[in-house]
Design a binder for this molecule. Structure first.
Ligand code: NAD
Length: 472
């Protein structure tokens, strides 16, 4: 049995059975059988069926949000925001179901037509992290479903009840249409993720979580030449120039660094302050951190809930010890409070601090001073991860430099908006050790389909490409 404990107070919330090998085999077999039928349902009809999951989510938004709060410790507004993200992606997917476009090309040969079409890929494995216990599944599964795929979900072991609730919502809708196994869930730990990674019946594994996990999954899936879509750790930076609107900047920094208790992949972790504004801005930041209300995320006034577990608290404390050993200076917070609660932390750091290259999955924000934009960009890019980035400035030239090919090397680059809180319409994901995957909006759907290039000869000749003559 997998036990779910609330990070709010350690209470046992419930238990779910761990999927056995037999459960695994049954799920894959059912998914394959369902796929054979589901792939032949016209995509717009798949969209109409999936739309009803969105309707159900609208009805259940506050209930499901409350469960996210209980199990993952997110404050109510963020937990309901996560459910809203699921609803948004369903809306997007319904429209997408009529827009799975392929290109057509002009053939070099007379009487020939060339075009690309997109077909469903198969049974997709989705592995998710604890910190987005419902939305990340939706980004993957809802798009995959309108693309004609079936989905097997292995949720994080810390948040099994959120997954079960989502599965039950899907079951209700999908059973009505005779497709009960388009979406399935297998509860458990890494061993199920490993089994999925090794299984050639799953052509794509979409995995969200730590870089450590992503490297393991990539190797196993790569060994069978399967496809991966990886959404891994971030180490996100924000550059503040002297002409920035500092009120706006302050709000973005505090939400980005301390919000969600620092447990977003897009959490702001490195703040590059121009030397001329650094002392005053740091003072304002310390004052703002002093206002953060830490506590039970079910209370409306709370802004910072708990970390996910006692292990996460211990990991943060280890990180803070390393920071101090290496020459970083804690200038605010960092204390472990009762249970899984911590005080968000501000650290004054030299640009070369080794530990700053790692993702400590907790609210620890490094403050680094710089003199020149080019220097700030170079430091910003000098980490293994490449997820989200931002610059605050009113200088068009500086903003465009940051967005140019010699600017931010991240998958997401923002101007006068913080690093966290992306909309679903754009493609989401990052470069380097963040894994290179793209999910959610734009043309991310292509990851869940296979491309077929079709050439039709409607002439009565057989001309060969490149003018090759091969006459008998
Ligand atoms: P984690 O890597 O510990 O676990 C993530 C998932 O992978 C879990 O379901 C886990 O059971 C599974 N897993 C672990 N080892 C595995 C293996 N060897 N094979 C297959 N599956 C395995 O991550 P976490 O602590 O749950 O989440 C936090 C991390 O996730 C952070 O690094 C964060 O940045 C990252 N994250 C990234 C994104 C993104 O979109 N880039 C989004 C959310 C979280």
């Amino acid at each position: 049995m997998l036990s779910s404990y609330s990070p709010i107070n350690g209470a046992l919330l419930g238990q779910v059975p761990v999927a056995t090998l037999a459960d695994y085999q049954q799920a894959v077999t059912r998914a394959q059988e369902t796929f054979n039928r589901w792939r032949m349902v016209p995509a717009p009809q798949r969209g109409q069926i999936v739309r009803e999951i969105g309707e159900e989510l609208r009805r259940r938004k506050s209930e499901l949000g409350a469960l996210v709060t209980l199990e993952a410790g997110k404050i109510k507004a963020e937990a309901e925001g996560e459910v809203q993200e699921m609803i948004d992606i369903v809306d997007f997917a319904v429209g997408l179901s009529r827009q799975l476009y392929g290109l057509s090309m002009h053939s070099e040969r007379p009487g020939h037509r060339i075009y690309e079409q997109w077909h469903p890929l198969g049974v997709i494995g989705v592995i998710t992290a604890f910190n987005f216990p419902v939305a990340v599944w939706a980004w993957n599964a809802i798009l995959a479903a309108v693309c004609g795929d079936c989905v097997i979900w292995k949720p994080a072991p810390q948040t099994p009840l959120c997954a079960q609730a989502v599965q039950e919502i899907c079951d209700q809708v999908m059973a009505r249409y005779g497709f009960p196994h388009v979406f399935q869930t297998l509860q458990g730990g890494a061993e199920i993720g490993e089994r999925m990674s090794d299984d050639p019946r799953l052509p794509l594994i979409s995995a969200t979580g730590s870089t450590r996990m992503g490297k393991l999954v990539a190797q196993r899936v790569g060994a069978r030449l399967g496809r991966t879509l990886l959404e891994l750790g971030g180490n996100n930076g924000l550059i503040v120039l002297p002409d920035a609107d500092l009120d706006l900047t302050l709000r973005a920094v505090v939400f980005g660094a301390a919000g969600t208790a620092g447990q977003r992949c897009t959490t702001l972790r490195r703040l590059f302050l121009h030397r001329s504004i650094a002392p005053a801005f740091t003072a304002r930041l310390i004052a703002a951190y002093g206002q953060l209300r830490i506590g039970d995320p079910r209370e409306a006034s709370t802004l910072i809930g708990p970390l996910i577990s006692a292990d996460a608290v211990a990991n943060m404390q280890r990180g803070l010890a390393a920071i101090q050993e290496q020459g970083g200076q804690i200038i605010y917070g960092g204390e472990a409070l009762e249970g899984c609660y911590v005080r968000p932390c501000l650290v004054k750091a030299p640009p070369s601090l080794p530990v700053m290259r790692e993702e400590i999955f907790a609210p620890v924000l490094y403050l680094v001073e710089f003199d020149e934009l080019d220097q700030a960009i170079a430091w910003h890019n000098d980490v293994p991860q490449g997820l989200s980035s931002a610059i605050f400035t009113r200088d068009l030239l500086a903003a465009e430099t940051f967005l140019s090919a010699r600017g931010s090397d991240c998958g997401i680059a923002n101007v006068n908006i913080g690093t966290s809180g992306a909309e679903i319409g754009g493609a989401f994901g990052g470069e380097k050790e963040t894994g290179g995957g793209r999910e959610s909006g734009s043309d991310s759907w292509k990851a869940y389909m296979r491309r077929q290039t079709v050439t039709v000869n409607w002439s009565k000749q057989l001309p060969l490409a490149q003018g090759i003559q091969f006459d008998l």
